[in-house]
Write a protein that binds this ligand. Sequence first.
Ligand code: MSP
Length: 508
Amino acid sequence: MKPAYYVTTPIYYVNDVPHIGHAYTTLAADVLARYKRLKGFEVFFLTGTDEHGQKVEKAANTAGETPLELADRVMKRFQALWEKLEISYTDFIRTTQERHKKGVSDFFAKVMEKGDIYLGEYEDWYCTPCETFWTETQLIDFKCPDCNRPTEKLKEESYFFRMSKYQDQLLAHIEANPDFIQPKSRRNEIISFVKEGLRDLSVSRTTFKWGIPVPGNENHVIYVWFDALTNYITALGYPDEGGNFEKFWPVDVHLIGKDILRFHTVYWPTFLMAAGLPVPKKVFAHGWWTVEGQKMSKSLQNVVEPNMLIDKYGVDAVRYFLLREVPFGLDGDFSHAALVNRINSDLANDLGNLLNRSTAMLNKYFGGELQTPGAETPIDRAYREKTEAMIQQVDQHLDDLSFSKALQSIWEVISAGNKYIDETAPWALAKDPAQKERLATVMYHLLESQRIVYFLLSAFMPKTSQKGLCYLGVTEEASAEGLKWGLLKPGTKIAKAEALFPRIEAEG
Ligand code: MSP
């Protein structure tokens, strides 16, 4: 039986259209999903949309639609973008689906039966855009400490979750499991937060209707974060604890942005503890993208639309850039100049050129037919060993979610390939009939190293990987078994490659 691997993205609010921030998390999850599939895992990759709550209700009112009409319209935009970005998700959950509503209702009832949800009264400051209550001392000039927008004072009857009860258990869990919250800086942040003391959490609302009713009390709808977080198990069929739930829970990694860390590492695990279910193995919070040095916002009209980027630069250039440019976990800045620079230097010059040069030479010197290699010299051995080491490095970096380091390891081998050509000077070997076997060895090393490079790239740039392998005459799909040296067969016909990534001239 294949080992199981479960990876999730946040579910996206439908009051906003997709931008590079959303594309970023989803893309990272896709690379992990593709890589784990390649390594022989049975992967469940979940994404979806968060469709309840006051924020969505308000946006629908403004647009003159019902919340469900708004959700239907916007969720299609997410799905269309994921298709265009070649996202290989297993399931797309919408919180308005029956399977989800039923699961949330059961989950809530279960925690209530355990005595960890009780009815009380709430009076505090509410930030609608963040769907978060704040105490007066947390406010900054009566504004939300997260988004700096005005808050309003709300008093309502509310159900509360006894989060305070789980403070010690949560802290002990975080401390015993250094991998649970990553990166480390985020882990420290949460440890301090929990140590300051957890308050009970309001988990229902009476001031609007757009949500899942509290079981047994229709005046209340379940708090949107309680509803949303539960998607990670309702998609697995919860409350049925067999089937996919048994196979995939607890999740291997929840990928999220740093702004929603507390919900995923304090609220969610304590809900699960109360329900007697295992907590996630890992939550990884990535950083935020700014655009040309500024915060991305509708009012600044600088929101970067992935659709537009893909149309302009191609899907794989965008996939490469987003994961290569900024170490996962840190904040980064998006600029067209940086993207064009990466395309020209890494993709056109390094990757594309290597394939181009080596396939052209094989065609010129051996009519495009791969020859049996002869004995290795130290320079060939060093190049082969570097290629073999890359396989381990990529594996390790992806385990650590260091996407940019994984790509860096691959690019070191690509650069080594270009250097290997310069040092072995095949054009000189071709002039001397006595060097024919030497030339065959050099060509074999160049093309075999690239076969492995394109196998690994299948997780990052699926189309480019396919194209590259096609030029190399490889018909089988990238697989873990193929990640070893020496599988490219002498006799293989190899076509002369076109430019994989044409250079882009800077816009004047
Ligand atoms: N609906 C909640 C998540 C519920 S998960 C149970 C939500 N949705 S969101 O649409 O507002 O944001 C989704 C993700 O997009 C978050 O992980 C957030 O960090 C990410 N990003 C939003 N803007 C971003 C950037 N500018 N840069 C990087 N990621 C950003 O929160």
